[in-house]
Design a protein around this ligand. Structure first.
Ligand code: TTP
Ligand code: MG
Length: 581
């Protein structure tokens, strides 16, 4: 093997002038949200259920052996007094997530704060650290002051700069033998550890505990934060490449963000001398460490490229994975986004065959979608009731996409993406005329279904009947940010147009089976919003842990083994990760 081909990737930034990245991860997020609503639950083992699995559980339950993504039946066996709370309605979690993200965002100087899912954020605080390092008085380190504002010296906190806040991985102790470069890196990270602690306490004031990692890139910060959980923080002080490699080497391959289940399977097969398509490998937990792969005598970026490239894999995958194995991550913290990239609502069914059923379900999904669009895309500023200011759309999705999938029984074990088919077209502008009243939403949803979604449905399912639809998903996407384009449509103008718009199709609505009685509409929304229930099968949905556990199936995105009946719900978590990210 030509040794130069195995050369490790170089970090882009000199280690002493590197970025400072914080990674926050809320502890057992859904469980904390529920505990804050019902504080009595804090001391009890608590699980949040979605279908037949635990989306998460609190740390009291974890100490009793319960794990995230466990089957409810299994968790109940381990911990019979586990308290279960339904976690299908994501709205309360979204609300808390937005509030806490807003708090972090308001504390940093740049807009470099990137959300990952609902409970994780990366912050690039390099500017704040460089500024505060310049202010540090080396002669009075124990009474140091961290400035949180460049203009208001009163805004800040006192801290002891002789030691790190929280845990340190690596050479955190100043034994007097540090050279200047290492000393600078150490001081930068030390300051960051105090900033992280301050931010964690601000979040605790809001009732939520977090784990935080502090390091010089996103990959290392995320891995460092995982070291001490819950309610703790870890700074990675790794001043040399070797120190970074040694930190990386201790991790299981699957723990490395960016290395998915498929990649891990191929690499595990390679280092253990098996074929990647060995069926045993498919179901096996990943047991190889980064070290086993990184230091394997035949391993290199070109070898990784050959092993991992194939249909669907990105170009340059070998170099990317080689870099990750060495703790090198050039990716920037993406600037904060006010708007999601897409919004989708879906529901699953036990085989819809009649067009009136499909029509009815599409209207209910569309009404939920319109409501979500209003929450996420309308300017949230409260208007003065006496002088109403028009609320603006922050973004206009340009496209709408319908996805359908035939029903299959869970025992058929079809993978998540099996037979999903999609069609898109332009999103008609009348959806932006939707006012917050329920009646209006139903009417506009009806028009969207008749004008757009049913035609798309017929294109996707050209047979005249016998569709047995198992899933409907409606997604608005292709957002145009109005803050950077022509200045946004204002909703008052829309209301002025509304009468004309509504007149066109009010008659039609009155004649349909589902008239837009407010009570009905509300009921429909509550039942279906972002849900994947099987209507008409309440028994099974209510007590899924009474069922025989169905065989698990590895999630194609994260590799966790999920029971087939819960795969849809789990898939929704991943799509949320993409939307929120
Ligand atoms: P995680 O951060 O993975 O888990 P957590 O916050 O519950 O626990 P930890 O203390 O280990 O960080 O996920 C955040 C939330 O996302 C979690 O509370 C529940 C939800 N979730 C799902 O709904 N489905 C999933 O498959 C996963 C992994 C998480
Ligand atoms: Mg978490």
């Amino acid at each position: 093997m030509d040794i130069s081909r195995r050369k490790a990737p170089r970090p882009k930034y000199p280690l002493t002038d590197s970025r400072v990245i914080l990674h926050f991860d809320l502890d057992c997020f859904y469980a904390q949200c529920v505990e804050n609503q019902q504080p009595d639950l804090k001391t009890l083992p608590l699980g949040i259920k979605q279908k037949g699995i635990l989306a998460t559980c609190n740390y009291v339950a974890r100490h009793r052996g319960v794990k995230k993504l466990m089957l409810i039946s299994e968790a109940k066996k381990i911990c019979p007094d586990l308290v279960l709370v339904e976690g299908e309605d994501l709205s309360p979690f979204r609300d808390v997530s937005k509030r806490l993200y807003g708090l972090l965002r308001s504390c940093i100087w740049s807009d470099k704060i990137e959300r990952l899912g609902l409970d994780e954020s990366f912050l690039d605080v390099t500017d704040m650290i460089t500024y505060n390092l310049g202010l540090l008085n080396r002669h009075s380190l124990p009474e140091s002051y961290f400035c949180l504002s460049r203009t208001d010296p009163e805004m800040g906190f006192v801290f002891d700069a002789t030691s790190f806040a929280g845990c340190v991985h690596g050479r955190g102790d100043d034994d007097g033998s540090l050279d200047d470069d290492l000393d600078t890196l150490r001081m930068r990270l030390l300051l960051a550890s105090h900033l992280a602690h301050y931010l964690r306490m601000r979040i605790e004031d809001e009732g939520y505990t977090t784990a935080c990692g502090i390091a010089t890139n996103k990959l290392l910060a995320k891995l460092a934060g995982d070291r001490h959980k819950p309610r703790n923080q870890t700074t990675l002080l790794a001043p040399t490449e070797e120190a970074i490699w040694s930190f990386m080497d201790s991790h299981n391959l699957r723990k490395v963000p960016g290395i998915g289940a498929k990649t891990a399977r191929i690499l595990q097969a390679f280092v253990s001398g098996r074929q990647p398509d060995d069926p045993n490998i498919h179901t096996m937990e990943c047991s190889v460490t980064v070290q086993q792969v990184r230091t394997h005598s035949a391993m290199s970026a070109p070898v990784l490229e050959r092993l991992l490239s194939g249909s669907g894999s990105e170009k340059g995958i070998g170099g990317k994975v080689w870099a990750l194995l060495h703790g090198v991550d050039y990716t920037e913290v993406k600037p904060a986004q006010n708007i999601p990239t897409q919004i989708s609502i879906e529901d699953t069914y036990r085989g819809l065959n009649e067009i009136f059923e499909i029509h009815r379900e599409l209207v209910s999904i569309s009404a939920s979608l319109l409501r979500r669009m209003q929450i996420d895309l309308l300017d949230q500023e409260e208007s003065d009731p006496f002088q109403p200011t028009p609320r603006k759309w922050l973004a206009h999705p340009k496209s709408v996409r319908l996805t359908t999938r035939p029903y299959t029984h869970p025992s058929e074990n079809k993978p998540y993406g099996w037979a999903r088919a999609s069609r898109s077209c332009s999103l008609p502008s009348f959806v932006f005329n939707c006012s917050p009243t329920m009646e209006n939403q139903e009417v506009i949803a009806e028009k969207l279904v008749v004008d757009v979604l049913l035609p798309l449905f017929r294109q996707l399912n050209p047979a005249r009947r016998g569709w047995s639809i198992g899933l409907l998903n409606v997604c608005v996407t292709n957002m145009t940010d109005e803050s950077v384009s022509s200045g946004g449509r204002d909703i008052a103008t829309m209301f002025r147009q509304q009468e004309t718009v509504l007149r066109e199709f009010t008659t039609y609505d009155e004649n349909t089976e589902k008239s837009a009685a407010p009570g009905d509409a509300e009921q429909v929304l509550r039942n279906h919003e972002e849900e994947e229930a099987y209507p008409g099968d309440e028994d099974e949905d209510d007590e899924p842990w009474d069922q025989e556990p169905s065989p698990g199936e590895p999630c194609p995105r994260c590799g966790h083994t999920i029971p087939s009946f819960a795969l849809q719900a789990h898939g929704r978590y991943h799509s949320m990760e993409m939307e929120e990210g």
